[in-house]
Design a protein around this ligand. Structure first.
Ligand code: ATP
Ligand code: MG
Length: 241
């Protein structure tokens, strides 16, 4: 890095602090909308991508950042692939979309990943004219109200709950209504995509195709690194290192 350039421009230093996060908020005369798609992404699939794309369009977001969780708080009872693998697949899956960004923000943080901590850090990094939108599946909304520091989540971000046409929102709505924290929730109907990472992992283990469920580059990565019981390649895997 050219230190002269950095010193001339304080903004360059600020961007360096944010690592791979998109620089937003430069114009104080306007509001920016940052979408955050959190998840384990083990692996990322078209359900995640379609939901994020629709949130981008419908809510007029400036960018959606995909943040694979480091050690997800709710998945400590099962094997989760290395953060490096989940980040790499997320990067591959989002690389052809100019308004998607894959970030190492959570993967690089030690310990269990809590959404409230992530939002607090993001709030500190971005100026006040950047609004935070946390995109999640509608099923997860009912749980979020009881996540650690749920009040912080409610205070710092608008929840964007992706739902399917005809999906019964009763459980999510009841949980939001009962919560004392005043969550701001936007429900977003996404075309039916009843797929999940669990479903994809099961298909790989059963030697079934992932075509049209996740981008082909992700499928290639899964096979190359022998994830989820896929046939190993002769190069071995990161876990062997
Ligand atoms: P797993 O089956 O391992 O739980 P998952 O498919 O739910 O994986 P996650 O990484 O746990 O994927 O989910 C990240 C976020 O994406 C969550 O908020 C989840 O609710 C949401 N999500 C998952 N699948 C879909 C889908 N098909 N459509 C819209 N949102 C989804
Ligand atoms: Mg899930």
């Amino acid at each position: 890095m050219n230190r002269d350039t950095c010193d001339k421009d304080g903004g360059a230093r600020a961007d360096a602090v944010r690592g791979d996060l998109p620089p937003l908020g430069a114009d104080p005369g306007r509001t920016y909308r940052l979408g955050i798609m959190g998840g384990t992404f083990d692996p990322i699939h078209n359900g995640h991508l379609v939901a994020a794309e629709q949130a981008f369009d419908d809510l007029g977001l400036d960018v959606v950042v995909f943040m694979p969780a480091g050690r997800p708080a709710f998945k400590q009872d099962r094997h989760v692939s290395l953060g490096e693998h989940r980040y790499a697949m997320t990067l591959l899956a989002t690389s052809d979309n100019p308004h998607f960004v894959a970030s190492r923000f959570e993967v690089d943080r030690a310990g269990v990943t809590y959404t409230a901590d992530t939002l607090r850090l993001l709030r500190d990094l971005y100026p006040d004219n950047v609004e935070l939108y946390f995109i999640t599946g509608a099923d997860a909304v009912a749980d979020i109200v009881s996540w650690r520091d749920a009040g912080t989540i409610a205070r710092l971000a608008t929840l964007v709950a992706a739902t399917r046409p005809g999906y019964d929102l009763g459980r999510a709505e009841r949980a939001i209504d009962r919560s004392p924290f005043g969550f701001d929730v936007i429900y977003l109907e996404v075309p039916a995509l009843a797929i999940s990472s669990s479903y994809l992992r099961a298909r790989v283990a059963a030697c079934q195709s992932l075509r049209y469920l996740t981008p082909d580059v992700v499928t290639g990565y899964i096979h190359k690194h022998a994830l989820y019981g896929a046939r190993p390649t002769r190069y071995g895997s990161l876990e062997d290192a």
